[in-house]
Design a protein around this ligand. Structure first.
Ligand SMILES: [Zn+2]
Length: 285
C-alpha cells in the first residue's frame, strides 16, 4: 500500500516539473532522445534507426501535401452482438474513443500527395489494436469508392492486429467487402499504394493491405497472418530468423520495397506519379 502511494504521489510543482517530459527513450537501443527532435525525425531513433509507432495525425502530415487533407471518416461503431468478454464491447469502445479522440480505428480523407490527387487512409493502432470491425471496413470501402469516382489514387497505411473479435463474423465480412471494392480502382487504372507498418497482421494482411499495386513496408515491421507462436505450434518446426519481418518478406517477394520512413513520402510520390493516368509521364521524377 505504501509503495502504491509513493507512485501516486503528486509531482512537485514549479519550473522543473516538465523536464522529464522533454525526453523519451528508444524502445530498441535505450538511447535517451529529445522528444522534439524525435518527433521531427518522424519517430525514428536517430541512433539505431528503430521505427516507433507514429500517431495517426502525424502520419497524415508526413504524407499529405501541407494544407490539403480534408477528413472524410465519420462513422461510429455499434455493438450489434451485445458482445461481452471480460468487459462489455460498448464500454471498451467508449474507453478507446476517450483515449484517442476518434470514433474508430481509422482516419482518412482526401488530399494531394506530391501534387497527385489521393484518398489517404491511416489505421490507428492505438484504437483497439487497429482492429478491423464494420466501421473500418466500411470507411475503407467508401474511401475506395471516392477515389474511383473522383479519379484519385489510393494510399492506405496499415497497422492492425487483424479482424475485431467483438464483431465476430461482421468483422470477417469486411475482408471480402474491402477486396471487392478495390476492383473499382482497377477498372479505372487508378493506382493503389499500401504501406505496411508495425504490426500488420491477421485479416488486414489477408485482404486489402496485400493487394496494392505497390506494397511498401517500414523497416523491422511485423507483417503476417497468424502470430509466430501459433504457426510454430501448428507446424511443429522452428521458424527461420527474422520470419514475418519486413526484410524477410521483401526477400521472399511479399512486399515490393522496405523504405525508411524519412524517405517514404518521396518514394510514394514517385510511385503515384508513375502510375496515375492523370499525371503526365516525366522521366526521372
Ligand atoms: Zn534506438
Amino acid at each position: 500500500m505504501a509503495l502504491e502511494r509513493l507512485f501516486r504521489r503528486k509531482r512537485p510543482s514549479g519550473e522543473n516539473r516538465d523536464i522529464p517530459e522533454l525526453w523519451t527513450k528508444c524502445e530498441a537501443c535505450g538511447a535517451q532522445l529529445y522528444k522534439k527532435e524525435f518527433k521531427e525525425n518522424l519517430y525514428v531513433c536517430p541512433k539505431c534507426g528503430h521505427h516507433h509507432r507514429m500517431p495517426v495525425w502525424e502520419r497524415v502530415e508526413s504524407l499529405a501535401d501541407p494544407g490539403t487533407f480534408q477528413e472524410t471518416t465519420r462513422l461510429a461503431p455499434l455493438d450489434p452482438l451485445g458482445f461481452v468478454d471480460t468487459k462489455p464491447y460498448a464500454e471498451r469502445l467508449q474507453a478507446y474513443q476517450k483515449e484517442t479522440g476518434r470514433k474508430d480505428a481509422i482516419l482518412g480523407g482526401t488530399c494531394q500527395i506530391g501534387g497527385v490527387p489521393a484518398v489517404l487512409l491511416v489505421m490507428d493502432y492505438a484504437f483497439a489494436g487497429g482492429s478491423m470491425g464494420s466501421v473500418v471496413g466500411e470507411e475503407i470501402a467508401r474511401g475506395v469508392e471516392k477515389a474511383a469516382e473522383e479519379g484519385r489514387a489510393l494510399v492506405i497505411v496499415a497497422a492492425s492486429g487483424g479482424a475485431r473479435m467483438q464483431e465476430a463474423a461482421l468483422s470477417l465480412m469486411q475482408m471480402a467487402k474491402t477486396v471487392m471494392s478495390l476492383d473499382l480502382l482497377w477498372q479505372k487504372r487508378l493506382p493503389y499504394v499500401s504501406i505496411l507498418t508495425d504490426p500488420t497482421t491477421g485479416g488486414v494482411t489477408a485482404s486489402f493491405a496485400a493487394l496494392a499495386d505497390v506494397i511498401f513496408a517500414e523497416p523491422g515491421a511485423l507483417i503476417g497472418f497468424a502470430g509466430p507462436r501459433v504457426i510454430r505450434q501448428t507446424i511443429r518446426q522452428e521458424l527461420p530468423e527474422g520470419f514475418q519481418r519486413a526484410e524477410f518478406l521483401l526477400k521472399h517477394g511479399m512486399v515490393d520495397r522496405v523504405t525508411d520512413r524519412r524517405r517514404l513520402k518521396g518514394e510514394v510520390v514517385r510511385a503515384l506519379r508513375h502510375l496515375h493516368p492523370g499525371v503526365p509521364y516525366a522521366p526521372g521524377v
